[in-house]
Design a binder for this molecule. Structure first.
Ligand code: SF4
Length: 283
């Protein structure tokens, strides 16, 4: 493990079987889906700029038909690999060859029970699916590092304390709690989700930073601004949310100087500091 990790997130699929009212993902509208060769090319290029970790996100990267081969291929490039998944396509047989190459699995969980989680995500039955699959993963892959991420909104802020029992049962390595961020669909629905800066500050001040072995991270609410590099499923590098234009800045495709253009705008120190937590390997 190097002293610092530097991660680039890639939308491995534009598809998502969910429609959370706070979703800020803009790439879901793209029909284009980066091929395995393109993602490998992207990672090779990013390594020139000291990126040593890739986060495959979606939707659900496990829904890609070639996900096992893609992860195997990325693993041969000696980068750390994180997958973020809503677990809709989780299947024990399918993920077995993938998990051995993963450094971290990130999974959403927004409440202590189905009532709160499913309400926050407008998704009946998703809490039970996540809960059952996480216990399955814990049993079958006890060494896999798991990160839970929670979107803090006015629908669940009063119930997050009650999640501690669940965290003790699932035993994730880390738990990140992000303040709702009004972008994309989330901007249109912000009246249903948005909490004030004061509410967030009070929550953050009073919340523990560890439960058993689980490290708890509550990033500042500007985490989306110049903090990590994202690549859409269309290959466009983007980031740096512009609150006036209500959109992320496009830096161009990764193979047309997109990475170079983005890095000219980014605060690398902040990117490194955040990546330490995002890859979940620093404790
Ligand atoms: S927040 Fe994640 S799981 Fe929910 S709709 Fe957006 S991409 Fe899908």
């Amino acid at each position: 493990m190097t002293d610092r990790d530097k991660i680039i997130f890639v939308y491995a699929t534009p598809a998502c079987g969910m429609s959370c009212g706070f979703c800020y993902s803009k790439v879901r509208v793209s029909k284009y889906n980066l091929s395995e060769e393109e993602i490998v090319d992207l990672v090779s290029r990013s390594k020139k700029y000291a990126f040593n970790a890739i986060g495959l996100t979606g939707g659900d990267p496990f829904g890609r038909k070639d996900i096992a081969s893609l992860v195997e291929h990325l693993s041969s490039l000696s980068v750390k690999i994180r997958i973020d998944s809503n677990l809709l396509s989780y299947d024990l047989v399918k993920v077995k060859p993938i998990i051995k190459n993963l450094d971290l699995l990130g999974v959403p969980l927004d409440g202590p029970d189905a009532k709160i989680h499913d309400y926050n995500r407008d998704a009946n039955g998703h809490f039970q699916l996540i809960y059952d699959n996480l216990l399955n993963i814990r049993t079958n892959f006890p060494d896999l590092k798991i990160k839970i991420h929670t979107v803090l909104t006015k629908r669940n802020i009063d119930k997050i304390y009650d999640m501690q029992r669940l965290i003790e049962e699932i035993l994730p390595n880390s738990w990140s709690i992000y303040k709702f961020f009004p972008a994309g669909v989330g901007y249109e629905n912000k009246k249903y989700f948005e909490i004030s800066n004061e509410e967030f500050a009070t929550f953050k001040k009073d919340f523990p930073n560890k439960i058993g072995r689980t490290i708890i991270d509550i990033p500042e609410d500007d985490v989306h601004d110049k903090s990590f590099l994202m690549v859409g499923s269309d290959g466009i590098v983007y980031g740096c949310f512009d609150e006036k234009k209500l959109q992320y800045q496009d830096f161009g495709r990764f193979d047309q100087n997109g990475i170079e253009n983005a890095l000219a705008y980014y605060d690398e120190a902040k990117m490194f500091a955040l990546a330490d937590k995002e890859i979940g390997l620093k404790q």
